[in-house]
Design a protein around this ligand. Structure first.
Ligand SMILES: *Cc1c(COP(=O)(O)O)cnc(C)c1O
Length: 381
């Protein structure tokens, strides 16, 4: 599909994929694990074996590259597989700068597991460009990793500023853009070198695929090494999951638009509720990252917010116990709304306050979601 088309056009038609042989407007799923060699033993059609590469995976990767404005993309078996494959693609030993407030599973891996792989991480305040720059070590820091908006406080990192800080130290900048989605933010256009998605979340959007994605500004260097790590670890996404992801992507723009609008309504409603101590949402003017988010996010502030319940941990857990419509479950970015008491998930090393409930807003009527949470807050008192 020509690059001049807007994201919603590319998404609706899955990049214009029509099967050349049958004319099918939904592309076939390639499940073969092995491929014929030419008589002279070459693989001129470009496919040899299912662990390094797959045609259905490639088709979905081409969509992601178009959306992110990347030169190349890789799909992996999960968001964690995507992030850790990128870290393992760094020349080692390597120093990494990462935010203290970030997806907890990855922070845990960086702190507990990465050192054995020759990777040491310094954790900083991702909202503070001075702290990011000060933590870099020229010649040693290979990667600055940022997440924006970041779980579960929705801390905003200025991607342009973080790119400047990373590049000044000779490091690359990678951004976990799971919550922003390519609809709202294009980190590569802001100067990042790599953008990562837990495609499990908004990109697929239907809570039925676990997947991860990396999109790269350039095809040499990190992309090649990450592709080699994926191939040797066997961390590629399966073809059926890639096809489901391609189907989910067709409605990404509609889902994210509805989720942003509903999240804003819910945030404004509970910001004025005396039973709620604080609403954390980058769309609210009093959020510390609002100004940067307003510049860097286009068309909305995302579908994720958190509320801090007056009355502390007990009241927060009781509120989550009292909802009927919101589903008490982990994960985010699906069409159904989810609520979760994060401190009990993230453990004691987490900067998550104990009175915090994380809300992933789906595509139900915002009024129904507000009424349900309102009843639960009332019952928890
Ligand atoms: C879920 C999530 C991940 C991890 O993705 P998985 O697919 O669960 O491995 C990483 N970053 C963010 C922001 C996430 O929400």
């Amino acid at each position: 599909m020509p690059a001049r088309y807007r994201p919603e056009t590319i998404l609706a038609q899955a990049g214009g994929a029509v099967d050349a042989e049958t004319g099918a407007i939904v592309p076939p799923i390639h499940i073969a694990t092995t491929f014929l060699r030419d008589p002279d033993n070459q693989y001129r059609r470009g496919f040899a074996y299912g662990r390094p590469d797959n045609a259905t995976v490639r088709q979905t990767e081409a969509m992601l590259s178009a959306l992110e404005g990347g030169a190349a993309s890789l799909l992996l078996a999960s968001g964690m597989a995507a992030a850790t494959s990128l870290f393992l693609a760094l020349p080692r030993p390597a120093h990494i700068v990462a935010p203290r407030v970030m997806y907890w599973g990855l922070r845990k891996w960086l702190v507990e597991d990465a050192p054995a792989h020759g990777l040491t991480a310094s954790l900083v305040d991702g909202a503070d460009l001075g702290a990011i720059a000060a933590a870099t070590r020229p010649g040693e820091t290979r990667l600055v990793w940022m997440e924006t908006p970041a779980n579960p406080l929705w801390t905003i990192t200025d991607i342009k500023g973080a790119a400047t800080a990373a590049h000044a130290a000779g490091a690359a900048l990678a951004v976990d853009s799971t919550v922003a989605t390519p609809i709202l933010t294009r980190p590569l256009a802001e100067g990042a070198d790599v953008v990562m998605h837990a495609a499990t979340k908004y990109l697929n959007g239907h809570s039925d695929v676990v997947a991860g994605a990396l999109s790269f500004a350039r095809t040499e260097g990190l992309f090649e090494r990450a592709a080699a790590v994926r191939a040797s670890l066997g961390a590629i996404l399966g073809p059926i999951e890639a096809a489901l992801l391609l189907r989910g992507l067709r409605t990404l723009h509609l889902r994210v638009g509805a989720q942003c609008a509903a999240a804003m309504k819910i945030a404004r409603h509970f910001a004025a509720d005396p039973r709620v101590a604080e609403v954390l949402y980058p769309g609210l003017e009093n959020h510390p990252g609002h100004a940067v988010a307003a510049r860097q996010m286009h068309g909305g502030f995302g579908g994720m917010l958190s509320i801090r319940v007056r009355g502390g941990e007990e009241a927060a857990i009781a509120t989550a116990a009292g909802v009927a419509l919101w589903k008490r479950a982990t994960s985010l970015g699906g069409v159904e709304s989810l609520i979760e008491h994060r401190a009990s998930v993230e453990g004691t090393a987490s900067p998550c306050p104990p009175d915090l409930l994380r809300l992933s807003v789906g595509i139900e009527a915002a009024e129904d979601l507000i009424a349900d949470l309102d009843r639960a807050l009332a019952a928890a008192r």
